[in-house]
Design a binder for this molecule. Structure first.
Ligand code: PLP
Length: 438
């Protein structure tokens, strides 16, 4: 399907910036999905954002459903966060010493997530999962790690591996530059497949340091785990002396006030958790934490090394702390209301126009699959019509709504998506559904 180029919407400034960017930044972007590779067309260079709205370099306003890929649960530039961050910055940008803000943020995380007894702050979700795996390997004295196809844990070498569908295989790297020896310690299994998990533990149980899983998958579209799958992960890791690492970088403080943990039917908590996105409120903050006896193995308390020049940065920690403190029950109710309104609008418009669709949901998080078939894992997620998504994406953009530029991403609403904003999106969904069908 040819990619529409948003006729009528001026993009000359964004195009000019992209040209300058391409000259000095590979592909013109600092994270690949921003290049619109999956949908074609011209990425918008955003110059300011407030509440639910983005403004681009050409002065065009868009309703935002990217939400910086998750962090902006309060909406952009929340006045109280802005004030706290400005005050923190005025007191100093970075000290390289311990500071009170990082302790307060750690306390807030430990207070909210009961199984997290201790937590270490880092700068990105990638660092959090990488460090959690090192810790799990250090704690167990084992090397192998189990991950699931379609689960994304950042660009950690050992986790950039996906392998084929349906079979238990040792992974081949997904990316050039990842040593086969690194990905070779990773077992990739189909998500939500209890039998594959049992088989993997029967064959490799004594070598497995950890199972890492997206608490509820959000990086292949939103695909929640079945209770049986969650319970099998917990039972098998416990039986075989492996740790269970729940990656809540996307779901944490977003799917519910206590992330996916608050919705999970696992019965018994995972051993380690990773957080990012909301926990930094739009600043580079992430964290990993969990059982005190495991976390005690981290340097300087224990032998597993982990460090960061800017970790616990006072300005970033203030942004995270202020954001979490403002994430009240009312905020989650508002985000869930947005989910309800938007998924109802998509369902109605797509049904009317005969567009295939399935809604994926995990608490307040949701995504739209362009297929009529049930989506339970990566291979079923890949059955969707990505060309139809690209056409819908561009129609929405023409109608002033900026969706995530990939069919495999959640739509991120915020508490700033009030009813008037939601009305604008619903109108755009109606018109776009008509246009892509016509
Ligand atoms: C975004 C994400 C990561 C990576 O976080 P970065 O801050 O981009 O490194 C890891 N795990 C999950 C589940 C994510 O959604």
């Amino acid at each position: 399907m040819p990619t529409p180029v948003s006729p009528g919407t001026p993009v000359s400034q964004s195009v000019a910036w992209m040209e300058r960017g391409r000259a000095v930044i590979p592909g013109g972007v600092n994270s690949p999905v921003r290049a619109f590779g999956a949908v074609g067309g011209d990425p918008r260079f955003i110059t300011s954002a407030r509440g639910a709205l983005l403004t681009d370099a050409d002065g065009t306003e868009y309703v935002d459903l990217v939400g910086s890929w998750g962090p902006m649960i309060l909406g952009h530039t929340h006045p109280e966060v802005l004030e706290a961050v400005t005050a923190a910055a005025a007191r100093g940008f970075s000290f390289g010493t311990p500071n009170p803000h990082e302790v307060e943020l750690a306390e807030e995380i430990v207070r909210r997530i009961e199984p997290v007894e201790a937590v270490r702050l880092v700068n990105s979700g990638t660092e959090a999962t990488m460090s959690a795996l090192r810790l799990a390997r250090g704690f167990t004295g084992r090397e192998k790690v189990v991950k699931f196809a379609g689960n994304y844990h950042g660009h950690v070498d050992a986790l950039l591996a996906q392998a084929g569908s349906g079979v238990v295989t040792f992974a081949l790297p997904d990316s050039a530059g990842v040593p086969a020896s690194s990905a070779g310690q990773t077992l990739v299994l189909p998500y939500n497949d209890v039998t594959a998990l049992e088989q993997a533990f029967a064959e490799h149980g004594p070598e497995v340091a950890a199972v890492i899983v997206e608490a509820a998958a959000g990086n292949m579209g939103v695909v929640p785990p079945t209770p049986e799958f969650e319970q099998a992960m917990r039972r098998l890791t416990r039986e075989h002396g492996a740790l269970l690492v729940s990656d809540e970088v996307m779901t944490g403080f977003r799917a519910s006030p206590t992330g996916w943990l608050g919705l999970s039917q696992m019965g018994e908590a995972p051993d380690l958790f990773t957080f990012g996105k909301v926990v930094g409120g739009g600043f580079p903050v992430a964290a990993f934490g969990g059982r005190a006896d495991v976390m005690a193995r981290l340097a300087p308390a224990g032998p597993v090394y982990q460090a960061g020049t800017l970790s616990g940065n006072p300005v970033a920690a203030t942004a995270g702390l202020t954001t979490l403190r403002l994430c009240t029950d009312e905020v989650y109710a508002a985000v869930d209301h947005a989910r309800e309104v938007l998924t109802a609008a998509v369902t109605e418009a797509f049904t009317r126009e005969g567009i295939p669709h399935r809604i994926g949901r995990a608490g307040t998080m949701f995504s739209v699959f362009f297929t009529d078939d049930e989506v339970t894992d990566f291979s079923s997620a890949q059955q969707q019509d990505t060309a139809l998504h690209a056409a819908f994406f561009h129609a929405m953009l023409r109608h002033g709504v900026h969706l995530p530029p990939s069919a495999f991403e959640a739509w991120f609403a915020s508490a700033a998506h009030t009813d008037d904003v939601l009305d604008r999106i619903v109108t755009a969904v109606d018109a776009s559904a008509r246009e892509v069908r016509a």
